[in-house]
Write a protein that binds this ligand. Structure first.
Ligand code: ATP
Ligand code: MG
Ligand code: FE
Length: 346
């Protein structure tokens, strides 16, 4: 198969072309700079930007892959979760392409896409692994067998904010802008990770071992900033960024590694936008090396949203013999991750 993947669930418009597990080429546009002044993604702005970007970005992907439209054998698109108006644009584009080319269409779960991104760099996933998804809207520890064939088991999710959301909110608090992850990470390079001891929620005995909560650390940062501002002193932005990053990474790595140990699984895969974080990658590598766990993390450009990861899921679905979703697939903005393909509404 030569599978075209379409992604538009948030502020990235992505097209990727994947064949037999190999990325042939891709195109990516982002409206992130248009949201910066608002401190977060504005859905209407994102949807309009997708509309402007779909055709040129598709053309870039085709050119990059050296593929003609007639060479495409299957189309896959994110049908959820995500911002409703944003998902609709990419899904409608994917339907149009599939209809025009008379090729089958698959509706893909965006988070399965994040997981599949790693296969484009490191090859097929092992038969059984722990996957930590850390993104702008989700933070989950999953036990995964065959990503496209088997049901996906959630060992734990976040009770409130996602890890990426915490980065974005703390970044706004510190005046570092959107998206927050890269901004915090950069500021943290100059800071002292031990300057402040921010809370590590859900790490005590008795807490659910795989459940996360990140609203407390955000509130703790807000209170710290307020207290310092009240004294008239300058806010030590770098130290706060570094200490915040340390607290979040500590919780993520501790819980993910614990899941590998308790489930006796020797591969940990970390995916999603926050997996681009250098400190997270380094800390996870350190812990995994100590415990003999193989760590797999996609390159940063495949961690954040892109079309290649959706094409990767499509390619896996096609090769596993999955039935196409068809043109009746609907956007499901709040889809829960049970499987890689989203069901078609009855
Ligand atoms: P979801 O995948 O849950 O639907 P999303 O698609 O908006 O959400 P992603 O594109 O996977 O999220 O990731 C974006 C998030 O990743 C943002 O919250 C951003 O701040 C965060 N992020 C990106 N780069 C980094 C980094 N270097 N360090 C920490 N966080 C980062
Ligand atoms: Mg984004
Ligand atoms: Fe995402």
């Amino acid at each position: 198969p030569v599978v075209l993947g379409v992604e538009s669930s948030c502020d990235e418009t992505g097209f990727g072309i994947v064949s037999e597990g190999k990325l042939l080429g891709q195109g990516l546009a982002s409206s992130a700079s248009k949201h910066a002044e608002f401190g977060g993604v504005v859905p209407e702005i994102a949807a309009r930007a997708h509309l402007d970007a779909v055709v040129p970005t598709l053309q870039i992907a085709l050119k990059d892959a050296g593929v003609e439209p007639k060479d495409i054998t299957h189309v896959a698109a994110t049908s959820g979760p995500g911002l409703a108006t944003a998902v609709h644009v990419g899904l409608a584009a994917a339907k149009s392409i599939a209809w025009a080319l008379d090729k089958p269409l698959y509706g893909v779960h965006h988070l399965a896409g994040h997981a599949a991104a790693d296969t484009l760099e490191h090859g097929p996933l092992p038969e059984h692994s722990i996957i930590l998804i850390v993104s702008g809207g989700h933070t989950s520890i999953l036990e995964v067998r065959d990503l496209v064939r088997d049901p996906i088991v959630h060992l734990g999710d976040t009770l409130d904010d996602a890890a990426g959301e915490a980065f974005d909110k703390v970044s706004r608090l510190l005046g570092l802008g959107y998206p927050g992850g890269p901004a915090i990470s950069k500021a943290a390079l100059e800071g002292d990770r031990e300057a402040f001891r921010f809370p590590r929620a859900m790490l005590r005995a008795g807490d659910h071992p795989y459940t996360f909560s990140f609203s407390g650390v955000k509130t703790a940062v807000a209170r710290t900033v307020e207290q310092i501002e009240r004294t008239g002193a300058a806010v030590p932005v770098a130290d706060i960024a570094a200490s915040f990053e340390e607290a979040v990474v500590d919780v993520l790595v501790t819980k993910a590694v614990k899941a590998c140990q308790e489930k006796k699984l020797s591969t940990l895969v970390i995916v999603g936008g926050v997996a681009a974080n250098r400190h997270l990658r380094a800390k996870a590598q350190e812990q995994c090396d100590k415990l003999g766990i193989e760590l797999r993390v996609p390159p940063p450009s495949l961690c954040t949203d892109n079309g290649a990861m959706i094409a990767a899921v499509g390619d896996l679905l096609v090769r596993s013999g999955a039935e196409p979703s068809g043109l009746g697939i609907a956007a499901d903005p709040s889809a829960v991750l049970h499987g890689a393909q989203l069901p078609v509404p009855a």
